[in-house]
Structures are given as structure tokens and as C-alpha cells.
Design a protein. Sequence first.
Length: 183
Amino acid sequence: MTGPVYSRPDPFALEQGLSAPISGAATRQAPDVTLASLGEGLLEIVRAAAVSRGVALPARQSVYMAPIPADCEQVAVLFTGWNPEPAPDGGTIVCDSFRWSAGYSVIITRCTPATVNPRSKAPPSTDQMIAAARLASDDAEVCLEVVSRLTEIGANLSIVTNAPSGNLQTVELNVQLLSNVGL
């Protein structure tokens, strides 16, 4: 007598061919995934998202540790470090399915059109304010495009369109990336 005939691939064939049992070890952080390498990958996604939205990014672009002063026009991917995902409730027991996430901020800082007149100290005109709002809106759309290109993210996500400070304005994407998920 022969074994059962399956109309689809035998669901047990893969398991029978393995020399070691399947475990959650595959979910551990891969040794080549670092905060810097995830940040570099995220910066590439930011660049591609800007191109697809028709938005020119500032020439200065970097990956760095958070915080960084927003003191010039720049795009920066900032990381804060590794965090357990999900956060432990009590003691810390490391098991095979334990995952890590890294907090990242993507900042797009630009010179703002909404500046105070240096001579008269007059506030920005409504036209200047509208131009600043459009600039922030375009950068926020780039950030939304970035999020749509990520395969999996952690629970904390925000896009903040900060009001101008001095002669600069910054849009900030805050996202958690998981160490075992490719960009």
C-alpha cells in the first residue's frame, strides 16, 4: 500500500527533510543588521520616496545618533538604540522568539519661507506662511510614502510638522523598525 496522495505539496515533507527542529531562532536579530545599516536602508527609502513624490531633498544627508541639532538644511536618519519588542512586563527572559526594535527619526529640515522681516521685525506675511505650510505638507507626504514602503513597523509612529524656528522648519517621522524584518 502506498502513502496518501495529496493534491497539494505534502505538508509534512519539509519537516521530514530537516535535520534540526524548527524553532523561533530565525526571529533573532541577524548579525549583519546594525543600527547604522538599518538607518542607511531607511535613508535610501527616503530618497526613493522623495523622487516618487517629485520632492527635491536637501543635499546634506546623513545617518546619525539622536538627537542632532536642526541647524541647517538637511535630511537625517537618527537612531536611539535597540529596545525589546514588545516591552517586557516584568523580568527579562530571553527566549527564541524575542525581537528587538530600533527607534528612528527621519528629519527633513529646510530654510523656511515664513521668516520675520529683519528690518521691520514684522511677522511673516500670509503668503509666506502658506508657502511654509505647503513645504511642510510636501515633506510630510514624503514621510507617508516612506511608511508605505516599510514591510513592518513597531507600534510607535508619528509624523510631526513643526512650526518654523528661526529661519528653519523641520518635518519629523518617528518610527520603530524591527531588527528581523528587511526594509
